[in-house]
Design a protein around this ligand. Structure first.
Ligand code: AMP
Ligand code: ZN
Length: 138
């Protein structure tokens, strides 16, 4: 199923151009047009799903194997020192394109592209217990 207003569905259908680096029966990967680093790639299922929450389990194996293949390809071909794999769900978490996608981002030692170590919360035991109770509540 495609969504006619979705930019990634348009890429799948060939209605707008993309720099493809990987394709199989159910997944597609192309270079991000506004990359964090050189080689930053977007991997999508060809079918339209909004994000991880509506993605059917039966399609996960094929999709994650595509993400892994892309990761290996980028690491080897670009000689990256490391790879960040990132995935945003909903606007509050930074999702802009509402078609499930993983970002595969090559990193090099000291590339200073973006910090992985960000400010952390210093929670009390009580605060941790409160969160635990909420999450584990029936
Ligand atoms: P997100 O914030 O997780 O929704 O990320 C969406 C990503 O898609 C951003 O990094 C955009 O730069 C990228 N993007 C948007 N439109 C295109 C496009 N036509 N081709 C390639 N990448 C795109
Ligand atoms: Zn779509």
């Amino acid at each position: 199923m495609h969504d006619e207003n979705c930019i990634f569905c348009k890429i799948v259908q060939g209605l707008i151009p993309s720099s493809k680096i990987y394709e199989d029966g159910s997944s597609l990967a192309f270079l991000d047009i506004a990359p964090f680093t050189k080689g930053h790639t977007i991997v999508i299922p060809k079918e339209h799903y909004m994000n991880m929450l509506d993605f059917p389990e039966k399609e996960m194996t094929a999709y994650f194997s595509a993400v892994k293949n892309v990761t290996i390809k980028i690491k080897e071909k670009l000689g990256a020192d490391g790879i960040n794999i990132m995935q945003n769900n909903f606007k509050a978490a930074g999702q802009v394109v509402n078609h499930l996608h993983f970002h595969v981002i090559p990193r090099w030692e000291n590339d200073r592209a973006f910090p992985i170590r960000v400010k952390k919360l210093n929670l009390t035991k009580e605060e941790l217990s409160e969160i635990l109770l909420k999450i584990n509540a029936p």
